[in-house]
Design a protein around this ligand. Sequence first.
Ligand SMILES: NC(=O)c1ccc[n+]([C@@H]2O[C@H](COP(=O)([O-])OP(=O)(O)OC[C@H]3O[C@@H](n4cnc5c(N)ncnc54)[C@H](OP(=O)(O)O)[C@@H]3O)[C@@H](O)[C@H]2O)c1
Length: 263
Amino acid sequence: MKTLGNKKIGVVGVGNMGASILEGVLTRRLTTPSNVWVYDKVVNRAKSFACRLHVCRASSVAELFKKTDVVLLAMKPQDLANFALEHRSSFRMGQGVISILAGMTTEKIAQALGKHVTIVRAMPNLGAKVGQSMTVICGKNKMALSFAKTLFSGCGEVVMLPEKMLDLVTAISGSGPAYFFNVMELLTDFGVKQGLPPGSQGFWPFKQDWSRAFSEGLQGILRGAAAESDFQKGDDGSCDENVTTREIQKSFSAGASSGHESK
Ligand SMILES: NC(=O)c1ccc[n+]([C@@H]2O[C@H](COP(=O)([O-])OP(=O)(O)OC[C@H]3O[C@@H](n4cnc5c(N)ncnc54)[C@H](OP(=O)(O)O)[C@@H]3O)[C@@H](O)[C@H]2O)c1
């Protein structure tokens, strides 16, 4: 398996995504904790992450830059402008920067940080939390892209696409999981409003049970869809799932056409 070698990686922002990406990299042993440096505005967040995963904690962004070869930017997009104002001069010539900031194009990042940094843009998704992200990366520098590909392979699959696709990818796969949570919430709230019992331990546990049921159902459908696409490619190895998917699709089509007829 390809690893990150001895390159030192620094992460700015160990919130949801920064932490998940690093956990994946460390769990899959793509690097060692001593090669990883973290910094977060919320000092305790960085402290507890560093303590839990035995990685190094920088006491300032300047220290993080000094100690690392590649910096992963994992704060919110709206934090970039202030971050750049404060730290632009600390970036070394050719310093590797990987950004997962939604909507921040390579051009905007280069304007903010300076043209002397080597930028890779990446769009993972929340699946990173369980090692199942689909991450799309883009960039011009082959070595930097190869490093980013290995990095994100720690939390799922990685695909390279041209940058013009990144906004679409952000809307569909980056934000996609959130839409399903919205649907789960809507269905749950609707059910409870219509009189479904709130569960033995109150509303929230009930809500979580439903959410789990929906998400497991959804995973089943997605697995079925994946099997279906294999089938269409000529791989008919997993018959049962194909049949199930076809049956589901038939019933969807029947539902859709009866809906049309009734209009
Ligand atoms: N969440 C997703 O599903 C998802 C998917 C794809 C891409 N992304 C991208 O991933 C990035 C991070 O998202 P997230 O959900 O992980 O956010 P998050 O949980 O809020 O984590 C960001 C962390 O960075 C810290 N931070 C902010 N400014 C900083 C600075 N100047 N220096 C150091 N730390 C700083 C934040 O502190 P404060 O809490 O004090 O601000 C927070 O601890 C975003 O740019 C987003 O567009 C997210």
